[in-house]
Design a protein around this ligand. Structure first.
Ligand SMILES: [Zn+2]
Length: 425
């Protein structure tokens, strides 16, 4: 399957569910491998926020993403529509802090996107197939991911409420099924939540026109339910929106029990880690790395590139006791020198940069500045150092990247890297 974007621009207007503010969103086509990005056009310089788990800032009754001072609330319905319709690359312009809730479902988004038309970009899409089961459990919430051809979501909700108790639904997810069975399902809340949520400054824009409100004896809305099990179908849509935060298409069966945005995002983090551990066909092995990188022993600090896209790279270095630097750093208590952690991260960034220039064989990457470096934990023999870098600017041969180094789930080091590309002599 190839990557997809829109054929043209399309706009939607409405009010945000939580902020109650009037807002306009514009969906705009974007190049292959650029992913889903949101831009706050009402803020100075129009800051962009990639729709990915690293940028999640809140999961309380909604999913919010942000970077620096820019934040966008309640992105899950918009992302659900994009994921459900298999749109890979898009720029979403939002002129306020929250996209519109519309009728509380994702259908108006779906209709707008289909009206713009979906375009095949002629570049192969990368799909992550769940190869080994992944399991998450937390305080009564359980989420499983199992191998399966295509994507399938099964969901169970269970409330201790006189009207709404347990609902279960399960659907294979294709754009057609999504549009018909999932997208029309509206968001919902219980009558006795309303007071508390208002106190928390949420649902300021909530009305019976954009949410189902459930009372003791039934729904308070005048319009009937769109499906008998509309509630659980909406949760499947929300899960798809949170799944979009992985930044890649997933193939597998996801089974969620009583989960919400917070647990979804925690599960996505786990899932991404599990997926990265799988031997990835889309990555670059050491033979390939040696073709691109000028470094050699003992100064090549990348073993494998797991993921590479236009603005982002993930690479690993397996740190063993045989590393030359452990002889002296320190005898009897080996820890990897901090400067070499930074070097390993910089080399992964260099790999990304070399993929963005013409004639990379004749070029070298020099780092001219490294800022905001923090070391959080030591790296020891046996650790796998995973460097994740995001290109935040690339102009006239000068590139700025933000990077984080991880061992497992823990951040080891971080920093901001400025590099220039120079001709080899
Ligand atoms: Zn929702």
């Amino acid at each position: 399957m190839n990557q997809r974007t829109l054929k043209g621009e399309v706009h939607l207007e409405g009010i945000g569910l939580h902020t109650g503010e009037k807002v306009k969103v514009t969906f705009s086509p974007a190049p292959p491998n650029s992913g889903i990005r949101l831009r706050r056009t009402d803020l100075r310089d129009g800051p962009e926020i990639p729709a990915r788990i690293e940028f999640v800032t809140s999961t309380h009754h909604r999913t919010a993403i942000g970077q620096g001072k820019a934040e966008i609330q309640s992105v899950e319905h918009l992302l659900s529509a994009l994921y459900g319709l298999e749109v890979d690359n898009i720029l979403v312009l939002v002129d306020g802090p929250e996209p519109p809730i519309l009728d509380g479902s994702t259908l108006p988004y779906v209709e707008a996107l289909l009206e713009a038309g979906i375009a095949d970009q002629g570049v192969a899409r990368k799909t992550w197939r769940i190869a080994t089961p992944c399991f998450y459990s937390n305080d009564g919430v359980e989420i499983f991911a199992l191998p399966q051809k295509g994507l399938k979501i099964s969901f169970t909700i269970a409330y201790d409420h006189p009207f709404l108790k347990t609902q279960f639904a399960s659907f294979p997810i294709t754009p057609e099924i999504f549009r018909k069975e999932i997208a029309p399902a509206r968001t919902y809340g219980f009558e006795d939540w309303v007071e508390r949520l208002r106190m928390e400054g949420l649902i300021r824009g909530g009305t019976l026109e954009n949410a189902i409100v459930i009372g003791e004896k039934g729904i308070l809305n005048k319009t009937p339910l769109r499906f008998e099990d509309e509630f659980v179908r909406h949760k499947i849509g929300d899960l798809l929106g949170d799944l979009a935060l992985l930044g890649v298409r997933v193939e597998g069966h996801i089974i969620a029990i009583k989960s919400g945005h917070e647990t979804h995002v925690e599960f996505m983090r786990k899932l991404r880690e599990a997926i990265q551990m799988q031997d990835e066909k889309g990555g670059f092995d050491i033979d390939e790395i040696l073709k691109w990188m000028p470094h050699r022993y003992p100064f090549l600090l990348v073993d494998r590139i797991l993921e590479l896209s236009e603005n982002r790279v993930i690479g690993i270095k397996n740190v063993t006791i045989n590393e030359h630097f452990f002889q002296g750093h320190f005898p009897g208590q080996p820890v990897m020198p901090g400067v070499l952690i930074i070097e390993a991260m910089a080399q992964v960034g260099g790999f990304l940069l070399l993929h963005r220039v013409e004639n990379p064989k004749n070029k070298l990457v020099y780092f001219s500045r490294i800022d905001k470096v923090k070391f959080r934990k030591p790296v020891r023999p046996g650790d796998q150092l995973r460097s994740e870098l995001e290109m935040i600017r690339f102009r006239k041969g000068l590139c700025i990247m933000k990077g984080k180094g991880f061992v497992g789930n823990e951040i080891i080091a971080e920093g901001e890297f400025t590099a220039v590309v120079v001709e080899k002599k």
